[in-house]
Design a protein around this ligand. Structure first.
Ligand code: TXA
Ligand code: MG
Length: 342
């Protein structure tokens, strides 16, 4: 399959280009497009046959459910049942934006979308291109991140091309995504809301609106025997081919320089993922910023760059888990081959 890449102005998307993408979705095909978080791979959420193409292109396990993207808040009533008031409070505050709500699903949502669960994840994206495509498609759009399963989520159209060229017919290139890590996912299908995936809508912000929020133990990398309320989280994720070693604690810096010398003396190519300006010499030191917004925006891109430079080991120092830091540390933790306290 030939993969066409269409460059679209993210501030003022041309309607004829948007309609090309929307038409593909309406006719049962998949299209990759930018959202404010990461690129998504979208298809008509109400059509099982179309949704199956997403799973096939990504090589995604069928028990890992998809997020349904909407343009108009009214669609929520069609897709979900028993919507609690809390959900409306959160929508009012954070939509459109990087917050996904897990609600009881209605009959209209095909099982394939929800991986067999009786809940459905819904979000209204903020990116203009995403909004216009969903509007013009006039159907809810199921869209996971547009990467091959297990690879880091794409934050640029070229990442989508690296993973999915030949497997999908259209990629909408709207430039780099603003946020860089996937949306916050919160489950509202039980009495107390539960954070299933931290993102740029922070735990602290959620608590301000809804009060108590449980945190799924897997967010901290804990093993759990409870049924996974977010099946996607059990899969190793976001990983570059290089092995990430995540070092936390007061002596992290010293530990990182010790490991750098140790692995280099074993003949390995060692990279450093740096979140403060440092002059440590490695085969590739990638400074991805010192504030959480910039770190999030550059994180997945840096994973791919280490792979391009054929780095064997990536040494990374942990950051504070406050605010967006929780989402960043969750992604780093999930990508990590090993975590060390120093
Ligand atoms: O920012 C984002 O959310 C991006 C963009 C494209 O919107 N999408 C994204 O989708 O990250 P994906 O499929 O890569 O991640 C969806 C996450 C998975 O962890 C999945 O398990 C969880 O949402 N999820 C989806 N439906 C669920 C449900 N019914 N119950 C619990 N978790 C669910
Ligand atoms: Mg994903």
């Amino acid at each position: 399959m030939q993969t066409k890449i269409l460059r679209v102005n993210p501030r003022n998307p041309s309607i004829s280009q948007i309609r090309q993408a929307a038409k593909k979705i309406r006719s049962g095909n998949v299209v990759a497009f930018p959202t404010e978080t990461v690129y998504g791979l979208g298809a008509n959420a109400l059509d099982s046959k179309s949704v199956r193409k997403i799973f096939a292109a990504k090589g995604r396990p069928s028990d890992n459910p998809l997020i349904v993207h909407i343009f108009d808040i009214a669609e929520i009533g069609i897709l979900a049942d028993n919507i609690p008031n809390m959900a409306y409070d959160l929508m009012e505050r954070f939509w459109p934006g990087p917050l996904t709500l897990v609600l009881k699903k209605s009959k209209i949502v095909p099982k394939i979308v929800t991986g067999g669960l009786d809940t459905v994840a819904i979000r209204m994206p903020k990116n203009k291109i995403a909004q216009a495509i969903i509007r013009e498609a006039s159907v809810p759009v199921a869209a996971p991140s547009a990467n091959v399963a297990g690879r880091p989520s794409p934050t640029m159209a070229k990442h989508v091309r690296e993973d999915l060229a030949g497997k999908i017919s259209l990629i909408i290139d709207g430039g780099p995504t603003k946020i860089g890590i996937e949306s916050t996912v919160v489950d509202l299908s039980k009495k107390t809301p539960m954070l299933l995936r931290p993102g740029s809508v922070t735990l602290e912000q959620l608590q301000e609106i809804v009060g108590a929020v449980k945190i799924h133990p897997i967010i901290f990398g804990k093993k759990t025997n409870t049924i996974h309320r977010s099946p996607g989280m059990k899969y190793r994720h976001y990983s570059p081919s290089a092995k990430i070693i995540l070092v936390e604690g007061t002596k992290a810096k010293q530990k990182i320089s010790q490991l750098l010398h140790q692995y280099k003396s074993q003949g390995m190519r060692v990279g450093i993922l740096s979140m403060e300006k440092s002059h440590t010499k490695s085969d590739l030191t990638r400074f991805i910023g010192s504030n959480p917004d910039t770190i999030a925006a550059n994180l997945f891109k840096s994973f791919r760059e280490f792979d391009e430079k054929k780095i064997d080991i990536i040494l990374a120092q942990g950051i504070s888990q406050k605010g967006l830091g929780l989402g960043i540390m969750n992604r780093l933790g999930k990508a990590a081959y090993k975590k060390i306290r120093a």
